[in-house]
Design a protein around this ligand. Sequence first.
Ligand SMILES: Cc1cc2nc3c(=O)[nH]c(=O)nc-3n(C[C@H](O)[C@H](O)[C@H](O)COP(=O)(O)OP(=O)(O)OC[C@H]3O[C@@H](n4cnc5c(N)ncnc54)[C@H](O)[C@@H]3O)c2cc1C
Length: 388
Amino acid sequence: MDKEFELMEAVEQVREGWRRKASEVAKRVVAPRAAEIDETGEFAWDLAEEYSQHGFLSLLIPKEYGGMDADITSFCLVAEEIANYCASSSLLVIVQAVGTMPLALGGTQAFKENFLTRIVKEKALICFCVTEPDAGSDSASIRTKAVLKDDHYLLNGRKCFITNGGVANYYAVFAVTNPGVKMEGISGFVVEKGTPGLSIGKTEEKMGIRGSNTTEVILEDVKVPIHHRIGDEGAGWWQMMRTLNRSRPAIGAQAVGLAQGALNYVVRLAREKGWTKEKGETSGVPYTLADMATQIEAARALVYKAANMMDEKAKGTPVQVFSAMSKYFASDVAMKVTTDAVQMLQWQGLTQRHPVERMMRDAKVIQIFEGTNQIQRMVVAHTLLKSK
Ligand SMILES: Cc1cc2nc3c(=O)[nH]c(=O)nc-3n(C[C@H](O)[C@H](O)[C@H](O)COP(=O)(O)OP(=O)(O)OC[C@H]3O[C@@H](n4cnc5c(N)ncnc54)[C@H](O)[C@@H]3O)c2cc1C
């Protein structure tokens, strides 16, 4: 029993270490850059370098391949602390984990030794390429094809809305290897930047999360060696789903961090400007602040429950349901809290003088990516209705 307790204490200490480190980096380098990153929409290479020095870009890569071997809770803590100041900069950490996860979950030992080790050594960025113009929510309908020819596959297709598509060194690409069988016909591949036939299309001008690079990724007769396939042929769907189940709590954590950032900002203003006295209770300011804080705590609790279930590998529990709940609930809370923060500042809330305007635009995007909030509700409802 003592041993078990000591182990739990040690795990908590490691998590707290990640939280503190992320908080320090967020205050020192992210906060001063947040407004500018949003305004220019440029990729923050300086932050990528800083993150990689602290291990934020190899968080979920196992130690034996040079990674940090962090658990999902620590991953969430890092995402949350950074999102307190800048959701775009938090997404950089999340997407790197999303890109490396299929490799870590599905690759053979030799594959992992090759690619994961290189990603860490080269401080390389990787992106996760599933979405296509006609396959967003319904990712089983992707049309990108991978046709086996002797010792390689030929990949052809068009991916869109790919985070870090224009800046990545490696692309985790999901394609159809067996068109007759839908999910079981999807396989994952690693494509290296510079491979002939791989090109970057349109860069999206988004309303929010503007500091994150989002592009089309075009594959035209891209020759990919067999040993670049992630695990077995047909295992791609399983790799995608297992990855998203683990990343959705981190998206929830990003939403919690963003909402907390907005709340901290308006509470500071309310204190400085004496709003609660001046505007009085009739203005609703104190009650709105209380609601914002309560909603954020509820979202945080759900996010950490989902993350903990992943870490505990909770058997017999539908972890994907908690993962979906945490993503949609936390991002809906972020949307509500940031909208209330803008409303509280009245016309000034609409201007770039205050970060809550940016935060509100960022919250909207979080409701859409990593599976829309409608789709997350479907996951929950589907499980409720099918269980006896
Ligand atoms: C900023 C950003 C970054 C992204 N990064 C990546 C990335 O790195 N890699 C990647 O692969 N993808 C990425 N995406 C894509 C993202 O995951 C998709 O946008 C998302 O899954 C929704 O797909 P869609 O936009 O094609 O919408 P659609 O699937 O066309 O859905 C349109 C609307 O219909 C609703 N809907 C669809 N099907 C149903 C249904 N059966 N029941 C009820 N409602 C339904 C949806 O909720 C949505 O409101 C990113 C998107 C954004 C905005």
